[in-house]
Design a protein around this ligand. Sequence first.
Ligand code: PMP
Length: 361
Amino acid sequence: MNQVFNFNAGPAGLPSEVMLEVQEEILDLQGTGLSILEISHRSKEYEAINDESQQLLKQLLQISSEYEVLFLQGGASTQFAMVPMNFLTAGRVGSYVHSGTWSGKAIAEALKIGETAIAASSEEDQFKKMPDLQHMKLHPKTAYVHLTTNETIAGTQFQSFTNTGEIPLIADMSSDILSRSFDASNFSLIYAGAQKNLGASGVVIVIVKRDMLNRVSAHIPDIMNYRVHANSGSLYNTPPVFGVYLVNLMLKWIRNNGGVKAIERRNQLKADLLYSTIDESGGFYMGLADPQSRSTMNVTFGISSDDLEKKFLQEAAQHGFVGLKGHRDAGHLRASIYNAVTFEQCKALTDFMADFQKRFG
Ligand code: PMP
């Protein structure tokens, strides 16, 4: 097998240990003689996976017993709609922090459900940095504040959060969940698609404070209702069984690799290596995000000429580097360095970048 270095933005690289474990178990899950692909979601085996995954996630993020963990389908995009459907009731306002493409999509969906307001925005800075959370303007009828912790396309990330007191704080953590530690008790609801740091596409994780469930609007379909999913332990309908199984393996992988704090240190070293290669290139490589808001997950950068960027991508592909083309809306280059990407893989990339500069700089 050719060596491939996977810098895709999501679905993204998975640890080889986890994939080997899947391979080993695919025909016989824990001695049952059945595959994970063919067991019932009502079986005791799946119940154990579902329960253990909830517990592991709570332990790793130090989440108190006041929260429910749900495993749902439809990706983070469905959460853009579910959040306002559940909590944006008549006469209330959904206050959104606008930080780029993904917050924009969340706002667009909320606008179809009810009234929204922009609590803070970095649109004037072309979303090169994250908005200032310390000077948010909150509408007096705010039902919740919504923010996106990491903007996957622009490569920006909040370095710290704010406490909104009595007002529920809701976060899309799709592209940085479990990459760093944070105080989960500040948040009333967190959601994240699994396909970056936590497994494969098909499952979205929702962590919701139980008191939020009493606020759920009565006039929405059951399948969109957080309370219905919480009351049935994420078994209201057939869950994404294989996806939750992969999440389970990924959570154990994070635990076995020292937990979130150790993963965070590793992620910081990886990001520092890439950003220092960019910053020390004398302007050959240019970071696209404001240094104060740089993401440790998605490193966006460019080279001064389009032709050189094309050449860079061509040569990178020949060397086995995959997924370095920037998102179609942003152009340029992007290296996504989620939890499963190793320091050694980042080092191989920065060595390639240094060599490319030597030849074309
Ligand atoms: N939010 C963020 C921050 C994302 O990066 C993405 C996907 N890249 C989404 C939401 C949408 O996720 P999905 O495709 O799972 O609906």
